[in-house]
Ligand binder design. Structure first.
Ligand code: G4P
Length: 525
């Protein structure tokens, strides 16, 4: 009644903010939530530092590690759009789930620290977005501080990430001398500290891109300098192309300062204008599911475990791809052709945990899980069985040897190990000759969660021996010769029996590549 599915889908904007730790992702997220009215005070999302947790006393993991499950997905309305922001944890909380979250979004915002440029984690996350071909929007942050020259930053962006860029605005000064932004896209100037002038925040420009009115800014040399610089930039640079943005080939670049809330609102408005609405999703058999289909479908992209031994429940995060979700509805789990009634579900907000009433394509729902779901599972209603494409596996970088502390516990050790691997919590390898178990992860958190869950859910204490960082490369089984294994690499097989080498370092890998030029070394992603 009164529910127009198509209209609801069309107003959804689901994205992730990717960045290297400390670039300002949390600060910008908070500003966006403030605009959307989802929170009232800054400092709500990052409970970690302020001690003021987003209301989330329901899962112990949040208290133990300062991770807020409730801030995993944040939803708010802004100018008629329903915005879903998916969090991509960094730092010590970085895990495969961080990458998998990018499988569930329709676009990404990349936040860069203007003093640091492109950093390691940004680059990794960017590459996953690139692989999916989703639009990427760039926000260069901290202009209120002295940073690198804007042109220098754009050059680095284009070179390191191999993507074209288009400046949507351009800073007028920086640090103490930060006067504002030349909002190229909207043809106006946004004044950083209007209180120092006549209080006007936006100054319109005429068709010749000149200030249409008298203003003290006109007298400042930095102003004319910037206007000239941009003139040149627009002549020599890339052309603005909506089509290229949509394909992820061109990134619109915005400068601003999240901390002083400058340039963020204009960014949000423009971003929402170009960010895509939910799209079709491909199925394993080559079909496509339209977001407007009446039948419900979705896939599990993340499973968050509870670290509290008293509560074994987990939350499976589902991205809805079609239809609408209603509490209590019955769905089928494609992997097991099993029917499940979705009673216990939740939708995520920054400061409250709301029970989902109705959600459509683009939205994320959380399902309480006692071991039913695996990463990549498809849920659907309707007669025809749907199975979405598998989520990619990501090349792990950290490795540990793992054994059960108590030999008598071998049975539960194997059970737990295989189940958690199946679920996507960790990756598993066996050394070729000695058949030792090695687990692999992209972030340290995965090991901690694994250890914790093995103890609490499978009653198995582990001995875990860190092997440190390794470079994992797969090879074609037909090219395998056990003599290729040396002291600088470990030959192992993955759970699909595919051979791979774990190299000590880049040097060891290059040495191998020189010695066996015909052997192709492959990554997962
Ligand atoms: P993250 O989520 O990407 O890790 O970054 P976060 O927002 O936590 O920001 C990291 C630090 O950078 C914080 O300072 C934050 O206040 C600061 N910051 C964010 N945006 C801006 C900006 O536009 N300008 C300036 N000058 N600083 C900015 P901190 O001292 O590490 O943390 P806190 O104690 O202030 O929370």
């Amino acid at each position: 009644m009164g529910f127009d599915q198509q209209k609801e889908v069309d107003r959804r904007r689901t994205f992730a903010i990717i960045s290297h730790p400390d670039a300002g992702k949390t600060t910008i997220t908070e500003q966006l939530l403030l605009f959307g009215g989802a929170i009232r005070n800054a400092g709500t999302v990052k409970g970690k530092k302020s001690g003021n947790y987003a209301k989330s006393d329901w899962m112990d993991i949040e208290k133990q590690r300062g991770i807020s499950v409730t801030s995993s997905v944040m939803q708010f309305d802004f100018q008629g759009k329903r915005v879903n922001i998916l969090d991509t944890p960094g730092h010590e909380d970085f895990s495969e789930d961080t990458y998998r979250t990018l499988m569930a979004v329709d676009s990404a915002v990349m936040v860069i620290d203007s003093a640091k440029g492109i950093e390691a984690q940004t680059k990794k996350l960017f590459q996953v977005c690139r692989m999916r071909g989703i639009p990427i929007f760039t926000f260069i942050n901290k202009l209120d501080r002295d940073g690198r020259e804007p042109l220098d930053l754009l050059e680095e962006l284009e070179e390191v990430l191999e993507i074209d860029s288009y400046p949507m605005n351009w800073p007028i000064g920086m640090g103490k001398g930060f006067e504002g932004l030349y909002d190229i896209y909207n043809n106006r100037i946004e004044i950083h500290r209007p209180d120092r002038f006549d209080g006007e925040r936006f100054l319109p420009l005429n068709d010749e891109r000149e200030l249409a009115m008298d203003h003290p800014l006109k007298e400042q040399s930095i102003f004319s300098q910037v206007m000239e610089e941009v003139e040149l930039l627009l002549e020599a640079g890339n052309e603005f192309s909506e089509e290229k943005i949509a394909k992820g080939e061109l990134t619109p670049v915005f400068f601003g300062s999240a901390l002083t809330n400058f340039g963020v609102e204009t960014f949000l408005e423009t971003f929402l204008q170009f960010a895509p609405k939910p799209n079709e999703h491909e199925t394993k058999d080559g079909g496509e599911i339209s977001p407007y289909d009446k039948d419900f479908s979705g896939f599990v992209f993340k499973i968050q475990a509870n670290m509290n031994p008293a509560h074994r429940d987990r939350i499976a995060f589902v991205r809805i791809c079609s239809g609408s979700f209603e509490k209590g509805m019955e769905v089928k789990l494609a992997r097991e052709s099993k029917k499940i009634k979705l009673n216990n579900s939740t939708q995520f907000m920054a400061d409250s945990r709301e029970v989902v009433e109705e959600a459509v394509a683009g939205d994320i729902i959380g399902l309480y899980d006692t071991g039913t779901y695996q990463i990549g599972d498809t849920l659907f209603t309707g007669k025809d069985r749907i199975e979405f494409e598998d989520l990619p596996q990501f090349t792990p970088e950290l490795f540990m040897k793992v054994t059960a502390k108590n030999v008598m516990k071998q049975k539960s050790f194997y059970k737990g190990l295989y189940q958690l691997v199946q679920e996507g919590a960790i990756q598993l390898y066996k050394t070729y000759l000695t058949e030792d178990f090695i687990i692999g992860a992209v972030g340290q958190l995965q090991f901690e969660v694994f250890k914790h869950r093995m103890l609490n859910e499978y009653n198995t204490e582990l001995i875990m021996e860190p092997m440190g960082t390794k470079i994992a490369r797969w090879i074609d089984p037909s090219q395998l010769d056990e003599k290729m294994s040396s002291s600088r690499n470990i030959l192992a097989r993955d759970r699909f029996d595919q051979p791979l080498f774990l190299f000590e370092n880049q040097f060891a890998m290059r040495w191998f590549a020189d010695k066996y030029p015909d052997v192709e070394l492959k990554t997962l992603l």
